[in-house]
Design a protein around this ligand. Sequence first.
Ligand code: CA
Length: 483
Amino acid sequence: MALRAGLPAPRPRLRCGKLSYGPMKFRLLAAVSLLGAAALWAAEKPNILLIVSDDQGYRDLGAAGSPDIKTPHLDRLARQGVRLTSFYVTCPFCTPSRASLLTGRYPQRNGTYDLFRNDRVDEGYLYKPWEYEVSPERILGLDTREVLISQVLKQAGYATAVFGKWDLGSLRRFLPLQRGFDDFYGFVNTSIDYWTHERYGIPSMYRGNRPTTEDKGTYATWLFERETLRFIEAHRRQPFFIYLPFNAPHGASNLDRRIRGMPQAPGKYLDLYPSGDDLRSEVRRKYMACVTAMDDAIGRILARLDELGLAENTLVVFLSDNGGGSGSDNAPLRGRKSWMFEGGVRVPAIVRWPGKLPAGVVNDEFLTALEIFPTFLAAAGVSAPEGVVLDGFDMLPVLAGKQPSPRKEMFWLAQGEYAARVGRWKLVRSRRGSGLFDLAGDIGETKDLSEEKPDVLARVQSRYEAWLKAMEEAEPRGPFRDY
Ligand SMILES: [Ca+2]
């Protein structure tokens, strides 16, 4: 099956055997050689910084042609790396997209194919502590049998950390320190108020395994930046993997309807943008200020990598976890967050690895977040975990411009809706619309070709059915499936 093809080949490891000296000399030489090899190997292993924004629109980057948003640091990252224009996540909303990012597997395969959240907050309900303790948001989590990229990199000698939005379960067994991360500061559930760090009235910030309110009142973006800078400083002499999932620019999860659903930003960033004269433009203003605040934080982190001389040996990946939400600009795509059209699943993405990847390149190849896990393995020279079916491949040769993308297909299924991309063709079956679209000439999915192209429709539909069958036959995982 094409999706399973292209697992990364382990890179040749340095060896120091086969020396034709006497025993004494051999031991000495071997020891020296081992030291040299270890140093060389350590120098070869790049640091990895995975930055994820939350609900950022396809065009919400200066580099992507936004007419109004200010993202100078992400634009610089794009000038120094590869910006991807046909990059997809596995789900048009948060939790499953993030579970796929860390497992390298389709949501249907790893079992996390819906949100871990409480619905009554939608009615403005504040959960009582005893209700919250047994509610879905508290008790559901990513299957603990899943192997996370953090576990694999940690085993390979990486210092590992996550600072920001965890969203993969808040019970102790699901928390980052039990999932291959050495360090964690962030909120455990799916979104918060940027200043109180509460999710609909529930305190949500953790340090390690414990809840904390030590930073209540400080803007969340700055906290995740602070922790990242601290970790980089502390681990500058060993390879590190930092997963930095900002909550920006997701709307605030506050029970107060005046705040709820809108991104939040400090005054100095709001001042960069003119006041809106209606609600829509005011949400846009807050959204842009929130993105620029995040961009500034990213800029300071990238500057620290420069100052410490680490930028050259650091692979930086940036993407949004799904399509743009409230206040975003998804042009020219159709739809937005939670939609099966391109606006829900095609996201802004940038990869920078100086010397290894070209600079200032825009790459239109068909790639997805499923490629990230195998790509990190390849970059680190680490073999794939045994017995784990990964759904992507090492995309470094594609990013380097050495080969076209091996990806020919991608499938999405969530909350009763589905979509499939097979080559240039995209099939959508959803409450918000359905049809067959030719992405080669119609990226905005405006013209349904179902009737004109019945053969294509049948082929794409049958590829989807085959994928669905494979997912159903996979070893069941996660909190939702019945097994
Ligand atoms: Ca999201």
